[in-house]
Every structure is written in structure tokens, then in C-alpha cells.
Design a protein around this ligand. Structure first.
Ligand SMILES: Cc1ncc(COP(=O)(O)O)c(C=O)c1O
Length: 430
């Protein structure tokens, strides 16, 4: 007779296997904060704590949490057809509808739309497509992708290679995972011109810029910088790419940052606010200048192909989620609300400028703010004090506290964010 084992099954705490993105794992495990629910601008943690979401999760919860209408749209679509892929001649209805709607909202007339699974995917698309464009133009030396110091463009291979945050590029054995990239000055257009001259415009495919730098510390464009970049791109025949993964879908008080800052990019990357986080989705708007040749001529003709795509390009459920999210943005006037809340936030954080522990306050370029603390202050400790007090804050580049609330946040809640930060600084070290 076989012996029955008396060994108890090994039980391990839930999440032992989980490896967080962008995390120092011993710290992440020791201080894990598990979010279990959300309603509007508020969250609930696994310990039952209520938290005001001052960062809109990772800059994406534009319409706020817990929207039943979006959940129902996803449910209805899943019951009908979860998705069907869009490679080659296949398509699904939500992807077709969403593409048209994005063009109507976006800053590029007559654009074409490539749908992706998120921001890093979208960055890969624009970088590949920029190089493909010049190759097809017969100007194959134009390969270099220019990006700004302090920029963040996600962490796929292209995003890693073009980031202006050096620590994200380090450690992969080469200076740049994808060769032929270079950094340009963040806010000094004369310096950018000098760099383009030095590199040679005949070697440059594109320049990519966030209208307002997010992860790099919430840095708005200097007066004339984005205009200057657009003019320079035209002058030197370089494609201009606006990375609107954060600034898209209302964060700057216009649907896109390119509209607020009056630039006409050749391509625009999108993600995050396209669904407010209710489903992973990204996209790229492509101007006719780049797209037209791929659509020209008859079926079976000799138009070139852009050999790129993902299983979930144009995922049907993600697309209806985006449509419901856009309906909410429009019907509730949330983009206009974001424009108003930008000024409320700017005023609320103004007094922090003179706080002893604050190096710089950056606000007024979108509905977001960066509170850069002095280098000798442990920003993570300040963020933790705020979070313990009920306002969820995190640090980003350069010891900066990120403020980027959902558009449904009230003026009182914005005041609460500023008060909580002030109190955390007043009592520092806790
Ligand atoms: C400007 C910008 N581009 C690209 C990305 C990457 O997006 P994702 O994390 O969805 O891949 C981000 C993410 O924060 C971003 O802020």
C-alpha cells in the first residue's frame, strides 16, 4: 500500500513571487502598499486606509476610479467579442471607430492611427516608423533619434535608449540598447540648434519631446522652446514627435498638449489617459506626410508595409473602454475642469516655494505640479509621511514630489494635498 504523505503543503505569503517594476525589491517588500479599491479621487488600501490619489495612479486616472459606465462597456463588449486581432486585413469595430475619433480630437489633421498596448509600445512605433520613413525617402542616413535630457519615454528598448534619465539606461552593456540616439538640451533651443549642427541633420530622423516633462520632474516648456523645436524640425527636415502619454487626454487643459502649446507634430504618442487606466491601451497619430505612402495605390499594388504590430493592437475591449472614457471626459467637461484645476493647484502649492526644505516648485504648465525638495531631504520619507496621513504621494526624478490628481478632484481636496505636504515638511524628519 502506498504510504500517504503527512507533509503539510507549504504555504507562502501571497505575492512572494511578485517582482515590482522600477523597485528596490527589499524596500518594496518591506513597505508594500496594496490598493484594493477606488472611487473618484479616493482609494482604499488592504488595511482599510482611505487615501486621496494625488498622483492619479501612474499619471493615468484622468476620469477617476470606480466608473461603472466604463466597466459596463467592457462587460458588454466582452460578452459580444472580447477582441479579434487586427493584423493584415482583419479588424474589429471598436478599433475602427476609436481610430476615427482620435483623429477628430487630435492635433494632426487627416492623421492615421496605429493602436498599441501602452506608452512604451507607442514610443517603439514612432521611432521605428521615423527610421522607416527616411529609408523609404531614399535618405537612409537619417537614423538618429534625438530626445531631451530629463525625458522619460517608457522602458522598452527604444524608450530605454532615448531616456534622458541616465539611471534607466545604465547596466545593459552598451551606451544605448538601440544604437544611434542622442540627447538634446531640455529647454535651450539655441543649444539644440548647435547639437543638430554638430550631429548633422542628414543623420537625424526625429526629435521626440514631452510637451510637459512628467517623470523627469514635471518640467514645463520654456517660453518659445516647443515652437522653436517645431521650427527647427521643419528647417532641418527632422520629424517632430510629441510624446503625449501623460499630457494627452486633457492633462494640459486641452485634449492634447500640442494643442495647448501650438505645435504641429508629425507623430503623437498616446496611452494612459486614453482609457484612464481602465484597460491597457496606447496609440500613435501619424501625419499624412509619413502615413500616405503606406496607403497609396490599389490592393495588391506596390505600397510599402510597416512591419510592426502586437497581438493586442486595437484590442476591442480596450477600445470600447477608451470610447466610454472619452464620452465621460466630454460629457462631464473634464478637460475644461482640468484647465481650471491647474490654476487652483498652482495657487495651492505657491506657499511651498518659500518653505525651507523646498528647492523648487514647478506648476502652471498642466494640471500637475512638481515639488522639488532640497537634496539633503529624503523625499521618499516625506512622501511616506503624506501617504500615512491619507494623501498618496510619490517621488519622481530629482527628489521631486509628484502631484497629478484625477480631474474629478475637488478644490478642497487640492488644498488638502498642499496642506498635507506642508505638514509633512514642517515635521520633517518625522
Ligand atoms: C511620456 C511618457 N512616455 C512613455 C511612457 C511609457 O508608457 P507605459 O508605461 O504605458 O509603457 C510614459 C510612462 O510614464 C511616459 O510618461
Amino acid at each position: 500500500m502506498a504510504e500517504t504523505s503527512t507533509t503539510e503543503p507549504v504555504t507562502r505569503p501571497v505575492g512572494e513571487a511578485f517582482w515590482n517594476p522600477q523597485a528596490h525589491m527589499p524596500t518594496a517588500r518591506a513597505k508594500r502598499l496594496v490598493i484594493t479599491g477606488g472611487e473618484g479621487a479616493w482609494l482604499t488600501s488592504s488595511t482599510g486606509q482611505r487615501l486621496l490619489d494625488a498622483t492619479a495612479s501612474l499619471w493615468h486616472a484622468n476620469v477617476g476610479h470606480g466608473r461603472e459606465r466604463i466597466a459596463r462597456a467592457a462587460y458588454d463588449q466582452m460578452r459580444k467579442l472580447e477582441t479579434y486581432h487586427t493584423f493584415s486585413r482583419f479588424a474589429n469595430e471598436p478599433a475602427l471607430r476609436l481610430a476615427d475619433r482620435l483623429v477628430a480630437l487630435g492635433p494632426i489633421p487627416e492623421a492615421k492611427v496605429i493602436l498599441t498596448s501602452g506608452g512604451s509600445d507607442s514610443v517603439d512605433v514612432v521611432c521605428k516608423l521615423a527610421r522607416r520613413h527616411w529609408q523609404l525617402e531614399g535618405r537612409g542616413t537619417k537614423k538618429i533619434i534625438l530626445s531631451r535630457h530629463g525625458a522619460y519615454h517608457g522602458l522598452h528598448a527604444f524608450g530605454t535608449s532615448i531616456t534622458g534619465l541616465e539611471y534607466n539606461r545604465d547596466g545593459y552593456g552598451t551606451e544605448s540598447l538601440v544604437p544611434e540616439t542622442a540627447r538634446i538640451a531640455t529647454n535651450d533651443i539655441d543649444d539644440v540648434r548647435a547639437q543638430v549642427e554638430r550631429i548633422g541633420a542628414e543623420n537625424v530622423a526625429a526629435v521626440i519631446a514631452e510637451p510637459v516633462i512628467g517623470t523627469g520632474g514635471v518640467i514645463g516648456p520654456a517660453d518659445g522652446y516647443l515652437d522653436g523645436l517645431a521650427a527647427l524640425a521643419r528647417e532641418y527636415d527632422i520629424l517632430l514627435i510629441a510624446d503625449e502619454v501623460i499630457t494627452g487626454f486633457g492633462r494640459t487643459g486641452e485634449m492634447f498638449g500640442s494643442q495647448r502649446y501650438g505645435i504641429n507634430p508629425d507623430m503623437v504618442t498616446m496611452a494612459k489617459g486614453i482609457t484612464s487606466g481602465y484597460a491597457p491601451l496606447g496609440g500613435v497619430l501619424v501625419a499624412p506626410r509619413v502615413a500616405d505612402r503606406f496607403f497609396a495605390g490599389p490592393a495588391g499594388g506596390d505600397a510599402p508595409m510597416f512591419r510592426h504590430g502586437l497581438t493586442y493592437s486595437g484590442h476591442a475591449t480596450a477600445c470600447v473602454v477608451a470610447e466610454a472614457n472619452l464620452d465621460i471626459l466630454e460629457e462631464e467637461g473634464l478637460v475644461e475642469r482640468a484647465a481650471h484645476l491647474e490654476t487652483v493647484l498652482e495657487k495651492a502649492v505657491e506657499p511651498l516655494r518659500t518653505h525651507d526644505l523646498v528647492a523648487e516648485v514647478r506648476a502652471g504648465d498642466a494640471f500637475m505640479a512638481g515639488i522639488q525638495l532640497r537634496a539633503d531631504v529624503t523625499g521618499d520619507a516625506v512622501a511616506e509621511t503624506c501617504t500615512d496621513a491619507g494623501v498618496l504621494i510619490r517621488t519622481i526624478h530629482n527628489n521631486t514630489l509628484q502631484i497629478c490628481p484625477p480631474f474629478v478632484t475637488t478644490e478642497d481636496e487640492i488644498a488638502l494635498i498642499a496642506e498635507t505636504i506642508t505638514r509633512a515638511l514642517d515635521t520633517y524628519p518625522a
